[in-house]
Design a protein around this ligand. Structure first.
Ligand code: ADP
Length: 570
């Protein structure tokens, strides 16, 4: 259907839609308006599914998560000027998370630029600091090649965001069908990801030797391993060598959290005492305490596997393997096959990790077992965990954001399948929730999507519940409603002074807001719950209905901590 022809002269909007279809794009996210509405409608007529949002920020977050979940660029379409600026949230989030995204924005007429044209902005320059490449078609003939370039670049090397600017005069230019066909064929040829060089065998051997001679080896993996779809070779490596593993928050699920070699519940011991750490597709940034003491031992030897040379150079590991995570792990497995080694369950390091994990899980279970009402964070999280596990395979995709909600959820909720967790990510971006839900439902139509988010995170993009209903997506959004950012008003009496002391605290929202009623305004299903029985029943019904729903869970405003687990940064 991508070959459907438009007859007669082809304009820029049609040519851009054709180029996207010919280069394999099958989904787009965005907000239409001047000058790109026709680009979106043409794309739909060429077989591309266009998900229309209320705000470019959410559409951008959706496109970035779609890129992560599928490994192909998520495409974001925005209008000129303010639309492009709103879209920066999505492209910058994609850059920081190293997810492939292409942002296409209409822009003002080139001839009127500089004279105060409608929605005028030098968009190519504005987007540059947030993108891998930022290009403009100054003439219609450049469109197909630009489309291929941005799509290629988004997935080549470290994935990221790429920008393509389409001025309105270019969108209104026309060319003949035969010229369009010639340009499209050339672009299609060009639209392939760069080939990554293989890691030399000597480095593979060195990595194996380090792991083999380590006393306390550890395998850490993150969302780079997830985007590389490295779960197969990762499982093989862990299981043949018996080395304990630790996923980063979004690495969770590449191997099941329930695996006997999972060190998740013994994280401090694992990173504090390991002597060799094989880190695959995860940056030694704040999330991994920069790989430094006091969290890590000062003598730990890092073996970093990363597709990005600059990343490896920045971290200065003992050994850096620059390549695709899946390929590198496959090479390691192949080499180990000839000379296998395995720590075994009775190895003191494996035993220590396993014991510590069991103890910590048991302690947590004691807390989780209590039915605390008014709800704290743990009781509803346990009920949600059990409901998600009861769904079985294919496991739901979990979307998680918020301070306490995300922190508690990370420890309690169980991931059993790869790429089933989307959270605030490297930037700790709040407001990603609804966009990620929509992307997840579009990327994996066979999976239920469950968002567990704070009321603050939900509020950033709550209007997109209408988008859920409009596209009838199987998404259940569970809002932990503690009536504010971090919860209730935690100011001391000394802090409540000044002429505006009677205003609600900057952290407060309307108490007990009826978020469940919002979705009902659009025809979705809403639940308001205060007790374990009400929550169980709402989850049972909404999970089996697989229709858009909001479950508004009343949480004690004084449960949880300010800034969640990041109080030292506040
Ligand atoms: P996490 O948040 O899970 O710790 P990060 O986003 O910090 O993960 O790190 C992901 C890393 O994975 C980035 O440094 C990125 O360059 C790298 N990466 C991305 N794709 C691949 C791939 N195919 N193979 C190896 N590394 C990859």
């Amino acid at each position: 259907q991508n070959d459907l022809r438009f007859h007669g002269p082809i304009d820029g909007n049609v040519l851009a839609a054709m180029a996207l279809a010919r280069c394999g794009v099958d989904r787009m996210f965005g907000v239409v308006g001047i000058p790109v509405t026709s680009l979106a409608t043409r794309a739909v007529s060429l077989g591309i599914r266009f998900i229309a949002f209320h705000n470019e920020q959410s559409a951008g977050y959706a496109a970035s998560a779609y890129g992560y979940l599928t490994g192909r660029p998520g495409v974001l379409l925005t209008v000129s000027g303010p639309g492009c600026v709103h879209g920066l949230a999505g492209i910058s989030n994609a850059m920081v998370n190293a997810w492939p995204l292409v942002m296409i924005s209409g822009s003002c007429d080139q001839r009127d630029f500089g004279r105060g044209d409608f929605q005028e902005l030098d968009q190519v320059e504005a987007v540059k600091p947030f993108s891998k490449i930022s290009v403009k078609a100054t003439d219609i003939s450049e469109i197909p090649n630009c489309v291929a370039r941005v799509l290629n670049s988004a997935v080549s090397g470290r994935p990221g965001g790429c920008y393509f600017d389409l001025p309105s005069d270019v969108l209104h230019q026309t060319i003949s069908e035969s010229e369009a066909e010639r340009l499209l064929a050339a672009a299609e040829e060009f639209a392939h990801r760069e080939v990554i060089p293989r890691v030399p065998n000597s480095q593979i051997e060195e990595a194996i030797s380090l792991l083999k001679h380590a006393e306390r080896p550890l395998i850490v993996f993150g969302k780079g391993a997830a985007i590389a779809r490295a779960e197969g070779p990762l499982k093989k490596l862990v299981e043949t060598t018996g080395i304990p593993f630790l996923p980063t928050p979004m690495g969770k699920g590449l191997l099941p959290d329930t695996h006997e070699l999972a060190a998740t519940a013994a994280r401090s011991l694992a990173i504090g005492k390991c002597d060799v750490a094989l880190v695959v597709g995860a940056r030694l940034n704040w999330l991994l305490h920069f790989g430094e003491p006091p969290k890590w031992s000062k003598d730990v030897k890092f073996i970093l596997v990363d597709i990005c040379k600059e990343e490896v150079e920045l971290r200065k590991p003992h050994l850096g393997l620059i390549g695709d995570a899946k390929e590198v792990l496959e090479s390691i497995n192949k080499e180990i096959k000839d000379d296998p080694f395995c720590l075994g369950k009775s190895h003191p390091w494996v035993e220590a990790i396993s014991q510590k994990a069991k103890d910590n899980v048991a302690k947590m279970e004691v807390q989780l077992a209590k039915d605390v009402v008014p709800f704290n964070f743990l009781t509803p999280m346990r009920i949600i965990r059990d409901a998600i596990l009861a769904v079985g395979s294919p496991a739901p995709i979990l979307v998680s954001e918020g301070a306490n909600t995300m922190d508690v959820g990370r420890s309690v909720l169980v991931q059993t399948e790869p790429r089933t967790r989307l959270d605030a990510g490297t930037w700790g971006t709040m407001g990603v929730g609804l966009g990620y839900c929509i992307a997840a439902a579009v990327a994996s139509p066979d999976r239920l999507v469950v968002a567990v988010e704070g009321d603050s995170g939900f509020g950033f993009s709550a209007m997109e519940v209408e988008t859920l209903v409009r596209y009838e997506l199987p998404v259940v959004v569970i809002v932990f409603n503690n009536s504010g950012v971090y919860g209730g008003d935690r100011r001391t009496p000394q802090e409540i002074t000044g002429p505006y002391k009677h205003d609600p605290a900057p952290t407060s929202f309307v108490p007990s807001a009826s978020y469940d009623k919002m979705i009902e305004a659009f025809g979705g299903k809403g639940y308001y719950v205060e007790s374990p029985e009400e929550l169980k029943s709402a989850l049972a019904e909404s999970f089996s209905a697989r229709k858009p729903a909001v479950v508004n869970v009343k949480i004690d405003p004084y449960a949880g901590a300010e800034s969640g687990r990041l109080q030292h940064k506040n």
